[in-house]
Write a protein that binds this ligand. Structure first.
Ligand code: PHE
Length: 364
């Protein structure tokens, strides 16, 4: 073809035939309404609205019409394309709403459904510690805490444990590098909290100091390098060993049951004078069973150490030993737990297996 198309007859342009345009519109509307998904709609849209659709073809042919015919054909095709575009847009909105609705129900997460799972349990060490704290708080005492990484001076010297004391030897104490000059150890007992408390406040002092302590023992059936103690400290005017005995009796009766008594046995600790081991009456046989496995037939079980705070410790802590006296005691929690509940192996206490912990419930 060459030269202007002067003899062009619009009637012969098939795509612009009004019937053809109406048919194209009906086909497009039918395709839009029968599309059941957004993907189907997208395919129908490209067939009926795309560059190769009948209406796009008709639109292109307008350009070839003589000016006199352009306006009418343009209006017809324009309206047709407008109806088709509106139909596709409306169907698109419908299908999108349906999809959103479906996703909301299909993918809904029911936050009230609790997946089946094993219920955990608090560790018996925590339970005993809290129980002990409750008993002393109930007596009007305060809880005091100190750091686990402690100065050598507070862990030893201030407690009258001189530089040559065997407890300072490497086999007992975790020193912090460099061992000879860092001045720090992992505390070997809770007694440094006594000194911290006395340096911190004025008598009367009634405190309980629970916490982790560290010694260089291998983990075996009866030892663990990390264990728990609680320390009691009273400093006031006129405090005697009778007060210590009275408090210990009240404490074990509340922890182990009414009627459980304590016994003090002479002993030695550098930080107390006089000093005593604390024995607790056997809570299994009360001394009535010569073959009792818990107390080995003795009727008594050693649970800790105690004594009247040494004058030198009071002085080192800034307290006048002529005006005030005090007592202190320290008990091990793991040991009490093993004896009380017949736990045969320390590994069970240390490993934190929930099957072990659940046996203790929420209360001891
Ligand atoms: N600190 C001692 C220990 O760990 C126990 C103790 C505390 C003894 C208080 C007497 C007074 O063995």
């Amino acid at each position: 073809m060459s030269g202007p198309n002067t003899s062009y007859d619009p009637v012969e342009v098939a795509a612009l035939d009004p019937q053809a345009v109406d048919d194209a519109v009906s086909a497009a509307l039918a395709a839009a309404s029968s599309a059941g998904t957004l993907d189907e709609l997208r395919a129908a849209r490209s067939a009926h609205q795309g560059d190769r659709s009948a209406l796009a073809l008709a639109n292109r042919e307008i350009g070839a019409l003589p000016p006199s015919a352009k306006a009418e054909a343009g209006k017809r095709v324009g309206q047709a394309r407008g109806r088709v575009a509106a139909a596709f847009a409306a169907r698109h909105a419908e299908l999108e709403a349906e999809r959103d609705e479906r996703i909301l129900t299909e993918e809904a997460v029911d936050l009230t459904v609790v997946p089946p799972r094993r219920v955990g349990a608090r560790h018996p060490i925590s339970l005993v510690t809290e129980r002990v704290e409750d008993i002393f708080v109930g007596l009007g005492w305060e809880i005091a805490e100190g750091p686990e990484l402690e100065s050598e001076w507070l862990n030893f010297d201030a407690l009258n444990l001189g530089p040559d004391h065997p407890a300072r030897q490497m086999q007992d104490t975790f020193f912090v590098e460099p061992a000879d000059s860092s001045g720090l150890v992992l505390r070997t007992h809770t007694s440094p909290v006594q000194v911290r408390t006395m340096l911190d406040r004025e008598p009367p002092i009634y405190v309980l100091c629970p916490g982790k302590v560290f010694r260089t023992d291998e983990l075996d059936a009866t030892h663990t390098p990390v264990f728990h103690q609680f320390e009691g400290l009273v400093v006031d005017e006129g405090i005697t060993m009778a007060h210590l005995k009275g408090i210990l009796d009240v404490f074990v009766a509340r922890l182990f049951g009414a009627g459980t008594a304590t016994r003090l046995r002479p002993s030695y600790f550098p930080f107390t004078e006089p000093s005593a081991e604390i024995d607790c009456q056997c809570w299994i046989c009360s001394g009535t069973d010569a073959s009792c496995r818990t107390c080995r037939g003795t009727g008594w079980i050693e649970v800790g150490g105690s004594g009247m705070v040494n004058r030198r410790v009071l002085t080192a802590s800034g307290i006048d030993p002529d005006r005030y006296t005090g007592f202190a005691f320290g008990l091990g929690i793991e040991r009490s737990l093993m004896l009380r509940h017949g736990v045969a192996d320390m590994h069970d206490i240390v490993e934190g297996d929930v099957r072990f912990s659940t046996q203790f419930g929420m209360e001891i």
